[in-house]
Ligand binder design. Sequence first.
Ligand code: ADP
Ligand code: ZN
Length: 228
Amino acid sequence: MDGSRITQAPPVLILLGPPGAGKGTQARMLEERFGLVQLSTGDLLRAAVASGSEAGKAAKAVMEAGDLVGDDIVIAILRDRLAQPDCGNGVILDGFPRTTAQAEALDQMLSESGQQIDAAVLLEVDDVKMVVRIAGRFTCGGCGEGYHDTFKTPKVADTCDCCGARKMTRRADDNASTVMSRLDAYHEQTSPLVAYYTDKGALRRVDAMGRIEDIQKAIVTLTERVMP
Ligand code: ADP
Ligand code: ZN
């Protein structure tokens, strides 16, 4: 793969990296900039938990423990979401796939619709720092903008810079002990995907320990190469 596209099918980008690497932040940026749709299985699962659906009930305790939700549940949720019409402009997968079985299921789903993965962007970070990053983060409940106690505080306390809402939320699983389990799950079950996408010629590495804007620039460059 030399970076040029061979199909006219909607682009499919994957963001890979441990919890706290910044997948959500970068996915939101790509969504705005390129009109791609961010598909976060974490967000989809949290919505399922909040709705009290069967899938949500099964996922709740697993997520609180920092373990991975079962492949069948996650694959079904992603398949439904991917079939919705807004995905026709292309998607950024954030938090999926997380296991080899999910990656294989994704390949299968995409081939059914004549699509393929354009790039799997690995956000490379220092694990030890992720604990601090995650324990300090919070999100605007109005628009989804992400903030951090140390690295990115709102201009006016508790008020969103973007939409003005005053309802910041913190995720139940963003505490130090759960973070350790989530990092373990990443190393044991998700990191094999680095080899999986390297073998397919799709892996792209980005140093994700620097400034958000620099990381953004690197990802934009990679994305421009796969946009039709
Ligand atoms: P983070 O990347 O910061 O861990 P996410 O919002 O992506 O956060 O995921 C939160 C939790 O949701 C995970 O710890 C896991 O329990 C569950 N989850 C999300 N995506 C998947 C997936 N693809 N497979 C299994 N579990 C998932
Ligand atoms: Zn907001």
